[in-house]
Structures are given as structure tokens and as C-alpha cells.
Design a protein around this ligand. Structure first.
Ligand code: CTP
Length: 401
């Protein structure tokens, strides 16, 4: 978001108070935010609030004689990288659908060549009304990006659809505007997180994977235009917006879910830390403590990546990416796994490094392919995810010749 010029339109809904926190988040990410408010919006939240949060003048009046505001609808919209309207009321949506220009914000939208993101928020009956639905359909036809409202308790006391979308979702939509859609048309299957292998009703065997790398892969792939299915073991992370999330617990559940979704995928990335073993017998009642040592018998889980590698023979166009979590002999182990699992790319990461291990936000990986090894710098996991997609795109191209 850094340096992006966002023209932020606020219209008259109680959800305008949420827009104030969105402005604050954008400013924290160093975006340049200019707020335009309709007259109705100023009844809910004062321009002073938005002025203080954005650090910029707030524009409200189409007919202001203030030198700075004259022609604001032209100057500000011409300069914007994106126009975000949140919350967008039924009234504003209707005005935009008709191409009306009877207030500063609707005039600015007409005068803008920048992409427009519209976030409706209203009572569920108003939203469901055919007039609103028709107006939203017109906006989509015009190329506006409509971020669908969510279902839940509404300010009017009802429960229904009409809540302003979550900021996380809208932020991802905005980010998608600023990156090349070079994964558009790809159906990507990603696995992430640990698996849990139950021992008894209270206990399980697992590992320290946080899922962060896989979740960043899912977010960045979606941003770059892919359709993403994320099969995830248990994590504490919020579900990435606009992807299909398939939650699983055990390695066996993950294997089954992967099998169900693999066929449709053009790219599969196995970032999950799958447990190699599971307890042979799962006790139906809690195992009681005793003074004697406890012996656990473990049996191996299926290697999901290796079985996908074998299946690739049937679908040679599918690109398969595995990870290798290593504490020593990184490159050699990565190469061994590339061959053994018939992957196209193995991303090796060091689980002992303080900035590359579990649960941190950075990573330093080595790419291993048939062509050789490539060591990357220490990067954020988000940036690492983007580098992985760059590599995947290059491999995909060379595969198709
Ligand atoms: N993997 C998998 N199924 C398993 C074990 C691992 O699909 N039962 C996948 C992981 O998702 C990862 C890759 O295989 O993409 C390598 O996982 P890793 O744990 O590094 O290697 P292992 O094959 O388990 O070998 P080892 O634990 O001996 O290093």
C-alpha cells in the first residue's frame, strides 16, 4: 500500500465508523488517503475524525468556494490509484449505477479513470430489494469491484446480509489492483499448517508449524489472480479472504482432501508439515497416568507429496512444489526430496535459524529444481511467497515450452 493514492469515499451509514479504522490502517501502511464524505456521512462521523486520521483535508462540498476545494472532484480523482467507497449506501449505489453526479463523491467517481471498489452496507431487506440488486449488477457490468457484504447482526437489530465486509477482505481486493494478475486462470491447491494425530480423546502428536508460509502463499496467489483452495491443518491464523478453505486435522484427512481437489489443480504447493507417523492405536478413553514408562507404537502416514508425484505421470502439465524442512545438509536433502517425490520445485527452509524457523514472519529458502539450486536472501514470508510464485510461473512457462 506504500505510496498508493486512495480516494476514500464515505457515505451515510452507521458503518462509517468502521471506515475510520480502515483509513487509519491504510495510513499506517503509508498509503496516501484522501477522504470525501457525502452530507449524510457527516451526520454519522465528523469530517474532523477522518481529517485527523488521514492527516489530509476532508472534502465534503461540491460547491465550496475554498480555493483548495474548487474542482476537487476532478483534481483528486485524476490523481488516485484507486477509489474506495466504504460504506456504500443503497442511495450512493443507485447514484453510481445511473451515472449521476449530484454530489462531490459521485462526480469524482465519474471523473476518475482509476479502479473503483464499492463496499455496500445496509439493512438486509434494502440489499435484497430488486432495485438494489439491479444497481449492483450494473456497477459490476461497469467494471466496478463490488465487495460483497457479510451476514451477521446488523445495526438495525436484525440478523441478515448487509454488514460491511471485513477490512482484511477489502485490503486484499485493493492489493490485487496493484499487482500483475500473472496467476489468473490458474487453479492452485495449497496445503498448510501442521497435522494432529490423536492419541486419546485429550491428546495428540503434532509439530510446531504455524501455517504462516502456506497462508501467505494462499493470499499472494489470490492477489495475483489465481483461484485458490487451501487445505489447512489447525492454525491460529485468520482464513485468507476469497479462497476456499478446507480445514483438516490428521494427515489421513489431509491426504483425502488433497486427493479430492488435486485433479482440478494446475499447480499444487505442499507447504504443510505433515506428521510422518500416527499412533497405531487411538485410545477411546483418556490414557491414565501410571508410574511405569509408556510405550507408544507409531505407524507411518502416507507421503502425500510423493503420491502426487507418482500421479503426475498421468497429468504431466501439473506443477508440483514441495517444501523441505531441514536442520542440516539442506541442499542435499532438498535434492533428494526433489527426486524421491518427483516434484518440480523443492523449497528448502532451515528450521533451526532464529529468523527462518517456526512461527516467525521471515524466511530464507533455497530453491531446488532439476536445473540447480538458488539461495534467496532473508525475506518476509509474504515476499518469499511472491518469489515462489515468480519461480513457479517461470517453471510453468518452460514446461509448456
Ligand atoms: N510431505 C507429505 N506427506 C508426508 C510428509 C511430508 O506430503 N507424510 C510433504 C511435505 O508437505 C513437504 C515435503 O513432503 O512438502 C517434505 O516434507 P519434510 O517433512 O521436509 O520431509 P519428509 O519427507 O517428511 O522427510 P524427513 O522428515 O525425513 O526430512
Amino acid at each position: 500500500m506504500q505510496g498508493r493514492k486512495i480516494l476514500f469515499g464515505v457515505t451515510g451509514s452507521i458503518a462509517a465508523c468502521k471506515a475510520a479504522t480502515w483509513v487509519s490502517s491504510l495510513v499506517q501502511e503509508e498509503a496516501q488517503v484522501t477522504v470525501m464524505m457525502t452530507e449524510a456521512a457527516t451526520r454519522f462521523v465528523t469530517p474532523l475524525t477522518f481529517g485527523a486520521l488521514s492527516g489530509q483535508q476532508v472534502y465534503t462540498d461540491m460547491f465550496s468556494t475554498d480555493a483548495e476545494e474548487i474542482m476537487a472532484h476532478i483534481t483528486l480523482s485524476g490523481d488516485a490509484d484507486a477509489v474506495l467507497i466504504a460504506p456504500a449506501t443503497a442511495q450512493t449505489i443507485a447514484q453510481l449505477a445511473q451515472g449521476m453526479a449530484d454530489n462531490l463523491l459521485s462526480a469524482a467517481v465519474l471523473a476518475s479513470a482509476a479502479p473503483v471498489v464499492v463496499c455496500p452496507a445496509m439493512n438486509s431487506k434494502m440489499l435484497a430489494h430488486p432495485a438494489t440488486q439491479r444497481n449492483l449488477a450494473i456497477l459490476k457490468e461497469l467494471g466496478y469491484l463490488v465487495v460483497e457484504p457479510e451476514t451477521g447482526p446488523l445495526a438495525c437489530g436484525e440478523v441478515g446480509t448487509g454488514r460491511l465486509a471485513e477490512w482484511d477482505t477489502v485490503r486484499e481486493v485493493l492489493q490485487g489492483l496493484f499487482v500483475e494478475q500473472d496467476l489468473a486462470g490458474q487453479q492452485i491447491l495449497i496445503t498448510a499448517g501442521p497435522t494432529r494425530e490423536p492419541l486419546d480423546p485429550a491428546r495428540y502428536l503434532s509439530n510446531r508449524s504455524s501455517g504462516k508460509m502456506g497462508y501467505f502463499l494462499a493470499r499472494t496467489a489470490r492477489r495475483r489472480g489465481a483461484e485458490v483452495t487451501l487445505i489447512s491443518g489447525p492454525t491460529n491464523l485468520p482464513a485468507p479472504p476469497e479462497i476456499t478453505l478446507v480445514p483438516v486435522q490428521t494427515a489421513a484427512e489431509m491426504a483425502k482432501a488433497v486427493k479430492e481437489h488435486a485433479e482440478n489443480a494446475s499447480i499444487i504447493v505442499k507447504a504443510a508439515a505433515v506428521a510422518d507417523f500416527r499412533p497405531k492405536n487411538v485410545a477411546s478413553l483418556k490414557i491414565k497416568k501410571s508410574t511405569a514408562a509408556l510405550q507408544l507404537e507409531l505407524e507411518p502416514n502416507q507421503d502425500i507429496l510423493a503420491s502426487l508425484g507418482k500421479g503426475k505421470v498421468q497429468r504431466p502439465d501439473q506443477l508440483l512444489v514441495g517444501f523441505a524442512a531441514e536442520s542440516n545438509n539442506h541442499e542435499a536433502e532438498g535434492r533428494r526430496k526433489l527426486e524421491a517425490k518427483q516434484a518440480d520445485l523443492i523449497v528448502v527452509n532451515d528450521i533451526l535459524g532464529k529468523q527462518t524457523g517456526f512461527d516467525v514472519d521471515t524466511n530464507q529458502v533455497i530453491f531446488i529444481t532439476q536445473e540447480g539450486a538458488e539461495q534467496l536472501a532473508l525475506l518476509s514470508k509474504e515476499e518469499t511467497a511472491n518469489r515462489i510464485w515468480d519461480k513457479v510461473i517461470a517453471l510453468h512457462k518452460s514446461k509448456r515450452g
